[in-house]
Ligand binder design. Sequence first.
Ligand code: ADP
Length: 347
Amino acid sequence: MVQSEFPSYQQEVVELLKQVIEPTLKNDIVSLGMVRNLRIVDDYVYLRLYIGSHQQPLQSEVEAKLSALSWCKKTYIQICTIPGVKITLGISSGKGGVGKSTTAVNIAAALSLQGAKVGLLDADVYGPNVPQMLGLGQADVEVIHTPTGDKFLPLEVQGIKLMSVGLLAEANRPLAWRGPVLHKIITQFINDVEWGELDYLLIDLPPGTGDAQITIIQESPICGVILVTTPQQVAIADVRRNIYMFRQVGVPVLGIVENMSYLSCGDCGSRTYIFGSGGGEQLAAELQTPLLGKIPIDPRICSGGDSGNPIAISESASPASEVFRNIAIAIGLSFAYRTSHNFQFNG
Ligand code: ADP
């Protein structure tokens, strides 16, 4: 193939792929970020299709569409999926300590309370504290033999299936994995967990935009990311970088959650905006991403995290729980039911 023909060939492929519509989300697979790593080399098309377990028919649709390419000798489609898992979502943040894991745990709990089968993959290699937030100490991970090789069995706690990098390491030791070893462990971690049937798998991503995060994004069929921030400007600058990274790799950003937004007075209910106000709205408007919710500062969130009682379960009438519930409802509306979409896909 002559090099100058490349852009028009690429364009032709993208146009055909855009005709493949995901039936539940009623949007094309390119806009949904399901097609990544598209390459055309000589007269061959290579692409990676990131799909949930229920979306397998999309592969033959893609093959059928691309068979219309007169110049293409063969299409190579690499499927990226997690067996049994329908929807994989990432929970991310620009930096640590903003409440990313807290948000992941409580959204998982809220989805589970709504009757969904939920798994939580704690992939925060820098601070894997999800087991503690769900009341699990250092537990042994069981390995089972399956026809497709040895697999880790997730633990089950408070209705949520859980696997954490923290469970694979020695207690209180930092996870000092780097480079290729980190890549190998993360890849194994994503591919070798026997989840069974899940409606949702939430992945608690490491903060920032480093190697670990990029590896997880490339190796897992994350179909949307929720970004957690606090109202301060510095945290917001980090989130901006984070969002650009997701957009660059083609993963849709579902929206922003502003955590530690305000403190409510126990007596009169008036709100004090300790870290400033309006940051979340400003960022959402600038980046054209929905603001999914504002979580107040609540000591019960902190104590619940320490004692393994997520507030979404233990204090279901609290304002914070309502925010988590609403986010879970929005996720349900977007992914599970054929009704209106609360999320915009801005990938
Ligand atoms: P990250 O995953 O971003 O590093 P964590 O979820 O571990 O952050 O939260 C950091 C600490 O802040 C934890 O002790 C957690 O309980 C606490 N925390 C998070 N959000 C809130 C909140 N809205 N109100 C009170 N404490 C919170």
